[in-house]
Design a protein around this ligand. Structure first.
Ligand code: VAH
Length: 312
C-alpha cells in the first residue's frame, strides 16, 4: 500500500488522485494534519507527521510499503516560523528515512525545491551540482534533507528519491505559503477581479512548472529503474521560466481587459535569491524527463478549469 502525507496540500491532493488512478483507491492512503473539508475521501486518516509513534502504527496497520512524504512548511511561512519550519521539514523526513533503513517501508519519495539554491548560485540554467547556499529556512531544510537522503542511500541502501520542484502552478487546490504562489493567484484574480496586484516585481524570472508535469515527473522517477539513477540528493527539474510581466502578457491575450500592478513585499528577497532557470539535463539523461506544458498551454488549462471551478 502507498501512504501520502500532506494529501490535502497543493501537490499531495493531485498526487493522491494520480496514484489512485494507477494503483486503485484502496491502495493509496491519504493523510494530512486536519480533517478533509469534504469527508468524501473514504481512505483517509488524520496524521501528524511530527508523531513518529503514530506514523509507525499507520505503516504497520495499513501494510504501507511506499511513502510519498509531501507534508512540509513552505518558504514564506517558514521565514515567519523558522524553528517550526525546520522541525517539521527535518524531523518528519528522518522518521521516514529510519523506517526505510529498518526495512519497514520499501521506497520513499521526498520533495526538495529550487529554493536550495542561493544568492551566489549562477542564476541562469542552474546546474544539478551548482554552488548552493540557501537564503531561506525552507531552503536550508530542503538542502539538509537532500544530504540526509543521500546519506541514508549511500550508508543503508535506502531507496529514497527526490525532485527539486520549481514553482508549481495548479487550479485544483490552493497553494499555501509559497513565494511562487503569485503565479497561481494571478489566474484566480484575473477571473474574479479582472486585475492582480503582484507581490513580486515585474522582471522576477523564476523556474515554474504546471502541476500535471510535476505529478507525472514524480511518478516517472519513482517507477524508474534504480540502476539508472545517478542522483540521490535531489534532481533538478525544469519546464518553464517566466516573469510576472510575461505571464500577465499571456493572460492579457485571452483577457484583454486584465490589468496587473506590482507591489513587492518580503517575498521579493526570497525570489531574488532563487535561480531564474534550471538545467535538468541529468534528469533527462537518467530517466528521460520531458515536460509537456509551455506557458501558453498552461494558461489555457488554468483559465479553462478555473472558469468551471469559480463558476465564471
Ligand atoms: C515555495 N512553492 O514557494 C514553493 C517552492 C520553488 C518554490 O518551493 O516555497
Amino acid at each position: 500500500k502507498i501512504l501520502v502525507t500532506g494529501a490535502l496540500g497543493q501537490i499531495g491532493s493531485e498526487l493522491t488522485t494520480a496514484l489512485r488512478e494507477i494503483y486503485g483507491e484502496k491502495n493509496v492512503l491519504a493523510t494530512d494534519i486536519q480533517e478533509p473539508e469534504k469527508a468524501n475521501d473514504s481512505y483517509y486518516e488524520v496524521l501528524n507527521v511530527m508523531d513518529a509513534e503514530q506514523i509507525s502504527e499507520i505503516v504497520s496497520k495499513h501494510e504501507i510499503t511506499i511513502v510519498y512524504h509531501l507534508a512540509a512548511m513552505l518558504s514564506a511561512t517558514a521565514e515567519k516560523f523558522p524553528k517550526k519550519g525546520w522541525d517539521l521539514n527535518m524531523d518528519s523526513l528522518l522518521t521516514f528515512l529510519d523506517l526505510a533503513k529498518d526495512k519497514k517501508i520499501k521506497q520513499l519519495y521526498w520533495p526538495s525545491s529550487i529554493a536550495i539554491f542561493g544568492n551566489d548560485t549562477p542564476k541562469n540554467n542552474t546546474e544539478q551540482n551548482a554552488h548552493a547556499i540557501p537564503a531561506t529556512v525552507y531552503g536550508i531544510s530542503k538542502r539538509a534533507g537532500e544530504f540526509w537522503c543521500n546519506y541514508y542511500h549511500e550508508k543503508f541502501g535506502v531507496d529514497v528519491r527526490s525532485i527539486r520542484y520549481p514553482g508549481l502552478i495548479s487550479w485544483k487546490t490552493r497553494p499555501g505559503g509559497g513565494t511562487t504562489d503569485y503565479a497561481v493567484d494571478i489566474y484566480y484574480q484575473a477571473l474574479e477581479e479582472g486585475k492582480y496586484e503582484c507581490f513580486l516585481s515585474e522582471n522576477s524570472a523564476l523556474p515554474m512548472m504546471y502541476m500535471d508535469d510535476a505529478i507525472r515527473a514524480t511518478i516517472e522517477l519513482m517507477q524508474a529503474d534504480a540502476d539508472k539513477l545517478t542522483i540521490r540528493t535531489s534532481y533538478n527539474l525544469s519546464a518553464l521560466s517566466f516573469t510576472p510581466k510575461e505571464i500577465a502578457e499571456v493572460i492579457k491575450k485571452k483577457m484583454p481587459e486584465f490589468e496587473i500592478s506590482y507591489n513587492p513585499d518580503f517575498r521579493q528577497a526570497i525570489a531574488d535569491s532563487w535561480p531564474a532557470s534550471i538545467d535538468d539535463s541529468v534528469a533527462q539523461k537518467d530517466w528521460n524527463w520531458k515536460p509537456e506544458f509551455d506557458l501558453e498551454k498552461m494558461t489555457e488549462a488554468m483559465l479553462k478549469n478555473l472558469k468551471v471551478k469559480l463558476n465564471k
